[in-house]
Ligand binder design. Structure first.
Ligand SMILES: *[C@@H]1O[C@H](CO)[C@@H](O)[C@H](O)[C@H]1NC(C)=O
Ligand SMILES: *[C@@H]1O[C@H](CO)[C@@H](O)[C@H](O)[C@H]1NC(C)=O
Ligand SMILES: *[C@@H]1O[C@H](CO)[C@@H](O)[C@H](O)[C@H]1NC(C)=O
Length: 301
């Protein structure tokens, strides 16, 4: 197994050579082109963890750690969308984060607002150039009014027709709050008990019915927990990847290897399904199989 951090370090070191970025962009284009020949996840979630530890490790002020994280996000968006991902959901702010120092909460909020504005306000901003619709997912009543106003402006300005891509920014969000919100929505609607089902709850989630199923969830910085993120959305088809890289260090090679792995296993699942007719990722209990049909034709119909 190739150690990817070593590869990334070599890549970082070579960056100091003049014009090396031309070579890197070229290699990147080739790698992305290779990946686009296989299946790509439609919807990817990221728990962007490690900004604080990054700042501590480099003895930087906390806000520089968060700023480095924001840069990382832009590069992740770029790679994912180019590979064919249509929806990206990021965990920007947990409801529990309100318990951090006021200074940090303010930093996180203003940074998020500024980065989203930078991503979308101008004609040549990334989101508008690449037809990315930005949506705020979470309990809006917890966001200070001035910040919310700006965020809603970002939503409006990126919400034009024929959008190909979505960026869901979970802010302030927890999955349990989302589920409570959904149940409240169902009740408000006067849905009778008999009509409450998975689809009805899905429709009432903050993310709404138009959002595709989550295919891949990535958490950086080594913690192996979901921290109340997309618990409902992580269904049996969702692959979860925990990587030890801190979010600001989470660069092209690390992301690429995860996408490649997903594509490989997904393709394998599809092939298995075709060859054995077993559902992907499921062990078949032989005793539970139905009786064989009375006869079978080779050609089918
Ligand atoms: C903040 O911390 C207190 C005490 O630890 C806890 O009771 C409270 O629920 C927390 N609030 C949030 C929003 O997480
Ligand atoms: C959203 O936040 C408000 C204010 O903190 C709270 O009263 C409300 O219960 C929350 N909504 C949900 C669905 O949790
Ligand atoms: C109420 O139910 C209808 C029909 O299922 C649905 O279209 C609508 O979005 C629901 N409204 C809310 C607020 O959930």
């Amino acid at each position: 197994m190739i150690d990817l951090t070593v590869l990334q370090k070599i890549a970082d070191a070579l960056h100091f050579i003049p014009f090396s970025w031309i070579l890197f962009d070229f290699l990147k284009d080739i790698l992305i082109a290779i990946l686009t020949t296989g299946p790509a996840p439609k919807h990817v979630g990221f728990i962007m963890d490690g900004n604080r530890r990054f700042a501590k490790k480099k003895a930087l002020p906390l806000k520089d750690g968060h700023a480095a994280g924001a840069l990382s996000l832009i590069s992740v968006l770029e790679t994912c969308y180019r590979v064919g991902v249509s929806d990206i959901t990021v965990y920007a702010f947990l409801i529990e984060n309100f318990n951090r120092s006021k200074e940090e909460v303010d930093t996180l909020m203003t940074l998020l607002r500024d980065k989203l504005k930078y991503l979308s306000l101008y004609d040549d901003s990334y989101a508008r150039q690449n037809q990315v619709k930005v949506r705020i997912i979470g309990n809006r009543s917890m966001i200070p009014e001035d910040i919310l106003e700006d965020l809603e402006q970002v939503e409006q300005i990126t919400n034009v027709e024929l959008l190909l891509r979505t960026l869901n920014v979970c802010f302030p969000y927890t999955s349990r709050d989302d589920i409570v919100h959904s149940i409240q929505g169902v009740c408000e609607n006067g849905t009778s008990k008999a009509n409450i089902d998975v689809a009805e709850l899905y429709r009432n989630m903050y993310m709404g019915p138009e959002s595709p199923q989550l295919d891949l969830l990535v958490r950086t910085s080594g913690h192996t927990r979901l921290s109340d993120f997309m618990l409902w959305q992580c269904t049996h088809n969702c692959k979860i990847e925990f990587v030890s890289t801190l979010w600001p260090d989470f660069k092209f090679i690390a992301l690429y290897s995860i996408l490649l792995k997903w594509s490989y296993y997904h393709k394998k699942d599809i092939m298995n399904h075709r060859v054995n007719n077993t559902p992907p990722d499921k062990v078949v209990d032989i005793t539970s199989l139905p009786a064989p049909p009375p006869f079978a034709t080779v050609t089918g119909n």
